[in-house]
Every structure is written in C-alpha cells, then in structure tokens.
Design a protein around this ligand. Structure first.
Ligand code: C5P
Length: 281
C-alpha cells in the first residue's frame, strides 16, 4: 500500500516534469494525464512532429538571366507559374505549418490574388517584400517568422521539383544537427581556369557536392547567421553558407538531378520534360 503510494507520487512527479517541459511542441501535445502521455507516445505524435516548422520561399528575383520581362518564378511550366509548383509541394507537406513568401514589392498584390488565393494555398500566412539580393529576401521572410517557430525550411521559388522525401529528410536532419540541406554529388570533372583562359588545375571532385534547396535550420540558428552576415556585410548565395560561417556543421541529404533551378530559357524545356516523365511514372 505504502509502496503503491510512493510509486504513484513518483509517477505524478515525472508527469509534472513532462507537463512543464514544453517538448518544443504545441500545447495540444502537452500530456494532460498518464493515459494522454502514453497515447501521444504510442501513436508517435511526439516523436514525429515535435517542431513547429515554417517554410520561407524567396521569390523576389528579377530573372535577368532569363532575358524575360516576367521574373522566372512567374513563367509558365506545365500550364502553371513555376512558383505554384514549389508552393503546391510545400503546402502538401505535413510537417510544414506555415509558408512565408518574399516577392518583389510591385508583385505583392498579384501574388496574393493570382498565386495564393487563386490556387487556395492555405498555409501561406505572410507575403513580404523581398530585397536586392536573395539573402536580403530570405532575411525579410526570416524576421517575419513568429517566436513559436522552431525550424525554418528555405526553398527557392524557382526549384519546382522538390519532393516530399527531400522535405522529410532535411527536417529530420535539421532536427538532429540544427542545419541540413539537399545537395547532389558532382558528376563532371572540374577544372580551374585562369583569367588567360588556360587550365590551372583539376579539382578533385570526390568531395564536391552541388547545393540545392530545400535547406532547413533551427530558426534561432539561421537568424543568428543572418544577423552576423549583415553585421559583417557578407553575402552568400545560399543560407547554409551563412550557418557554416558560425562554425556550425550542416548535414547533407541526397537531392536529385530533377531538382533543377529554372534560370535560363532552356531550363523551362527541361522542366517540361521532367513534368512529362513524372506523369508517365
Ligand atoms: O537566381 P537566384 O539563384 O538568385 O534565385 C534563387 C531564388 O532566390 C529565386 O527563387 C529568386 O526569386 C530568389 N531571389 C529573391 N530575391 C532576390 C533575388 C533572388 O527572392 N533579390
């Protein structure tokens, strides 16, 4: 009897600790009783989705390399704007709770009515104005994220072929290591060429990977990385590099050669071919 009592009071203390720990999850996941805690743990809720994750989509580029008056994220691929393809995959991803878009100031209204409302993207909670460079656009979106957000996943609007598996893996690795990105191993031989157009050397490609997005980070870590870059006047072409500058290791997960970036006019033709191949799979 006395043992029962002692055991019960120990268990109650443990439960109180569990209840106090925020478990980095929504209040609805905080256990209310022992049976609730067991239910949460056995159906895997705590283990699977403890983090609140927001996707940041830089879509404020002007697409100068495309040579088009329309920025490349708004060009049509398979009958839909390139940006819509990326948003559709992010919207459908269970671990993503919200999406913040950074677009050119002049296109905010267009994005709200023609992209977000027209396609019914319910997870897009904010549309912010982007900056002069990609990094500025990500920063605008990053500092519009709420304090309750644990993880952010950054994805370029002009990569329409990200997959649910990539999202799952970068989130899993960022949860573990704080930072993770999608990349693919270098397949071509890499030459270092001097200003005179002559080869100076051949780079060993075995450790070389090509960076892609999505990239996922603990929100506070990425905010710290952006703040430091801004203080130092440092510019990078991806977010992982800003985190690397803090001395933090970034995990790499396998991307795909299909996860192309629409940059030049020929990329749209490649994109159409990828769409057709996916339809036939
Ligand atoms: O061409 P680039 O690699 O810079 O574009 C990558 C992504 O960054 C694109 O989705 C583009 O719209 C976005 N970007 C941005 N703000 C800029 C420049 C690029 O959001 N000023």
């Amino acid at each position: 009897m006395i043992y029962d009592h002692l055991l019960r009071s120990r268990l109650d203390k443990i439960l109180t600790v569990f209840q106090r720990i925020r478990l980095r999850c929504w209040s609805s996941l905080r256990p209310r009783s022992w049976s609730h805690l067991i239910r949460l743990m056995t159906n895997g809720t705590i283990r699977q989705a403890p983090y609140r994750t927001v996707a940041l989509v830089p879509a404020a580029g002007r697409g100068l390399r495309m040579g088009s008056h329309l920025p490349k994220q708004f060009l049509t691929l398979g009958g839909q704007p390139v940006l819509v393809h990326a948003l559709r995959t992010l919207e459908a991803a269970d671990p993503i709770n919200g999406i913040i878009l950074a677009v050119p100031e002049a296109e905010r209204e267009f994005c709200l009515t023609e992209i977000v409302s027209r396609h019914g993207f319910k997870k897009v909670t904010k549309i912010v104005s982007g900056g002069d460079q990609r990094q500025d656009s990500v920063r605008q979106a990053l500092f519009a994220v709420s304090e309750e957000t644990d993880l952010v996943i950054v994805h370029d609007a002009v990569r329409p072929f990200l997959t649910q598996e990539m999202i799952r893996l970068v989130i899993e690795q960022a949860t573990k290591h704080g930072a993770a990105m999608v990349a693919i191993p270098m397949r071509d031989t890499v030459k270092q060429v001097g200003p005179d157009g002559l080869i100076e050397g051949t780079v060993d490609r075995r450790d070389l990977w090509l960076a892609q997005t999505p990239q996922a980070f603990r929100r506070k870590l990425l905010q710290e990385a952006h703040q430091k870059a801004e203080r130092d006047g440092f510019h990078a072409t991806d977010d992982a590099q800003l985190v690397e500058r803090l001395g933090h290791r970034v995990a790499v997960v396998q991307g795909s050669t299909e996860n192309i970036k629409i940059t030049r006019p020929e990329d749209l033709a490649i994109g159409e071919a990828i769409l057709a191949a996916r339809r036939n799979r």
